[in-house]
Ligand binder design. Structure first.
Ligand SMILES: [Zn+2]
Length: 360
């Protein structure tokens, strides 16, 4: 849909926004579990969107780079600016111009992000040509929003600071609509929506907006009419049983990594190597796409590190199993008990749904 909004300039609010932009930096992708019906059942249309022309952007200071490949994930940011109560379109346009100017001031060629959503829920093109690229669905505008991942990710800035406040409903709904459309246009699985902090040392997109990303993935999947498994994002600096599961599975996949429950550089190297071998973008972040490739279905009679991973999870949860890598009767009994407790089919086979319940 070519829905270009015509801007009627009314009285513009003066004053410039101070944008402590979320910093620049990085992210990942997946094939959401198999869609329930084989493919996205629902075609979604582009959200109403204002172009760079609409909000009177300045011309970019260098040529925009169009890459001949689809991006593989969407990265969500917050602008770290004030949680304004002005939800008007005029405010949205003022915001867009302010961001562009602040990015010029950093020496960048244009707005770093591809799209911007105001607190009032107005969706705007950020960097020039981003909208046409997404409409075409085969090219990606190189952005400047996540260092190391600008060639493979679409960046969305959400106006506000979401460390202790949640985004307004209208803004969140616009984010769902925009993400669903981008996923459709680029063939990005609905699970491959990440936060800036997943790839860089930053608080962006704020604790509350970040905490809502699993729901965002589910909401986007629902809008697209697909069924997905949303896995917990596991990455550098984390520790605990979930990290041990990743490490056991990496070993089962032939990677040489110690099982210590701490996600350090060795684990990151192994994750990247595995991702490369699986045809995924090597970003060290174990999101849904990576989990889906990493897990191995194990059943009675099996042995090895994947079985150890299951046993270690069960033991941590208080089940009477020995972490010996041999899927015997005691392990089978514990698996069935766990499956029953989780309202899963108690068949003693640890497939994707049981793995997800174990690592959640
Ligand atoms: Zn950010």
């Amino acid at each position: 849909m070519n829905r270009r909004q015509v801007l009627r300039w009314g009285t513009l609010l003066g004053g410039s926004l101070v944008l402590a932009s979320c910093g620049l930096n990085k992210v990942t992708v997946f094939e959401a579990g198999p869609p329930a019906n084989g493919l996205g059942a629902l075609a979604v249309s582009s959200p109403a969107m204002s172009t760079t022309t609409d909000w009177k952007a300045q011309a970019p200071r260098e040529a925009i780079t169009l890459l001949p490949a689809r991006p593989t994930r969407v990265i969500v940011h917050h602008t770290a600016s004030a949680n304004v109560s002005d939800f008007s379109q005029a405010q949205a346009y003022t915001l867009a111009r302010s961001i562009q100017q602040s990015h010029f001031d950093r020496g960048w060629s244009d707005s770093g992000q591809h799209f911007t959503i105001s607190r009032g829920g107005y969706v705007m093109e950020g960097r020039h040509r981003s909208l046409d690229a997404a409409r075409g669905g085969t090219q990606h505008v190189r952005g400047a929003h996540c260092e190391g991942f600008n060639d493979v990710s679409v960046g969305i800035e959400n106006e506000g600071t979401y460390m202790s406040a949640a985004p307004p409903t209208g803004q969140y709904d616009a984010l769902v609509r925009l993400c669903a459309w981008l996923c459709q246009q680029y063939g990005i699985p609905a699970t491959e929506l990440y936060g800036h902090r997943d790839f860089v040392n930053t608080s962006c997109p704020g604790d509350l907006l970040y905490a809502r990303l699993p729901q965002l993935r589910r909401d986007v999947a629902a809008r697209l009419g697909v069924s997905v498994r949303v896995w917990p994002t596991t990455r550098s600096g984390q520790s605990g049983e979930r990290v041990r599961s990743v490490q056991f599975l990496l070993r089962a996949r032939g990677q040489n990594v110690a099982v210590d429950g701490a996600y350090g550089s060795g684990t990151g190297t192994a994750v990247s190597a595995f991702q490369t071998s699986a045809g995924l973008t090597p970003d060290t972040v174990v999101g849904s796409a990576t989990w889906e490739r990493l897990i191995l279905t194990v059943r009675p009679g099996d042995s090895g590190d994947a079985v150890r991973g299951v046993q270690s999870q069960l033991a941590t949860r208080g089940y009477a199993v020995t972490v010996d890598g041999a899927f015997g009767p005691a392990t089978e009994s514990a698996v069935k008990s766990f499956q029953t407790a989780q309202a899963l089919t108690a068949d003693g086979v640890v497939g994707p749904n049981t793995w997800l319940a174990l690592v959640e």
